[in-house]
Design a protein around this ligand. Sequence first.
Ligand SMILES: Cc1cc2nc3c(=O)[nH]c(=O)nc-3n(C[C@H](O)[C@H](O)[C@H](O)COP(=O)(O)OP(=O)(O)OC[C@H]3O[C@@H](n4cnc5c(N)ncnc54)[C@H](O)[C@@H]3O)c2cc1C
Length: 502
Amino acid sequence: MSRSGMSRRTLLAGAGAGAVTAVIGWNTATTAWATEADTADGADVARLPALDGTVTLQGDGLERFSTDFGHLVTATPRAVLRPGSVRDVQQLVAFARRHRIPVAVNGQSGDLAQLGEAGLESHSSYGQANPRGGIAIDARGLSKVVSVRPGRAVVEAGATWAQVTEAGLAAGWVPPVLTDYLHLTVGGTLSVGGIGGGVQRHGMQVDNVLELDVVTGTGELVTASPTRNRELFEAVLAGGGQVGVIVRVTLALVRVRERAHVFSLHYDDLDAYLADQQKVMAERRFDLQVGDVVRSEDGTRWRYKAELVAFADAGQAVDRAALLAGLGPVRTEVVEQSWREYAFRVDGFAGYLRAAGFWALPKPWLSVFLPASTARAFMARAAEVLTAADLGAGLLLFYPYERSKVQAPLAVLPEQEVGWHFDLLAFPGPGADTAAMLERNRRLYDLAVELGGKRYLIGAVPGMTQADWRRHYGGLWERVVQAKRRFDPAGILTPGQGIHVS
Ligand SMILES: Cc1cc2nc3c(=O)[nH]c(=O)nc-3n(C[C@H](O)[C@H](O)[C@H](O)COP(=O)(O)OP(=O)(O)OC[C@H]3O[C@@H](n4cnc5c(N)ncnc54)[C@H](O)[C@@H]3O)c2cc1C
């Protein structure tokens, strides 16, 4: 579609098929889309800006953006912009600002080859990307990998980590920290933090960004980095989309090592698991370190599994005995894979969850960080509370990180240097009591806070109040509020996070 002529298809609104009327703009009095009839009535109609991309105002094109991966929050947007250019984002945000229309980016992502465009979705679990009756920006409109060079890649924010990884691999360079599932957008995970097994060495994904292009809430396009417009840079990374729309990112890359030696260490005992994971991290034995809590085979109790990965060049041996020295698992397995196989390891499981119907059901995820001193107490309580049905076909990740590796100020973590990431990636079966699970999430969140913990911006924590957010940000709260005022003065960006809504 050209800037001069928006197609009629994209600018139709009305009661449904056969009863559509051409939209010409925004009726500022009724705060609704306006048709010719409004102008005849003398209403003040603000014309929509001319755009390179498309705007959808009705039908499936809106319905697809009404919910997300979590299937817990539903609200149909007024419009969806599929931007054809950065300029479109600027124009639309400026228009929305003038008319006080909420706007949020929807990180339409997923395994495009497997699912096609119709299968893409926002991977938020609790409406974080929902514009609450405002305008959704379809991140797929700006999703190209622009360039890959030694040490850095330039990508549009709607590109997925899978795209970045594939393009990087072809050149021998890859992101130092990847999420477990790669079909998430760069802009989406940078807006929340982006944690993975590389956190112990490289921090979060937000700690590996060299530069950002951001459209602020005034529609201005700003380039930000640690040395240029730093206030904006730091307000955007892990900022929950509150101060701007990320449109382009320069990411740091590291040279790929071709082989991944994956060690699975099984534990019956929580204390032994905690001690070994922290020992491995303190001694920097492995390149990647994650771990999860699994149900015992007889289904009666929880067990623990550390997943530790040593990268090596092709043909290079790793000293398994040295890597495992002094650790006390009850059982150990080691497999060798290509780096790529390991990076895309979740795809098969995701395929299973879809085929078995779990993916489409409500998923009350809970993701928190605990200080090392109370992680055991939290985990022990969670182990009492959680049942096999709570987890369903999902996972419960539980692994340590070092706080000093995470530099982005808004990636809020507990005070202590060592902390634990607790990540309940629940895929409950049909008929699960979702309301009860959400209440459980709230109780576990409150317990985490009591124990000095912090939430991750992903997940479903019901009833977050302004007081909860103030407590979450602690000494950073004033800075968060100031940044919101400065960069999003009309307060239109990303209401679904609930941070600035009482
Ligand atoms: C199967 C699965 C596995 C996951 N694994 C991990 C993991 O290993 N590590 C991890 O950290 N997370 C993980 N996540 C969570 C993931 O980080 C969140 O789902 C996150 O929301 C990213 O998803 P998205 O790209 O679909 O963005 P969305 O969920 O659509 O967006 C996230 C938030 O950022 C905002 N936003 C999105 N794009 C932009 C932009 N360009 N500019 C400004 N704001 C924007 C949105 O409005 C929303 O508020 C996983 C999620 C799933 C479903």
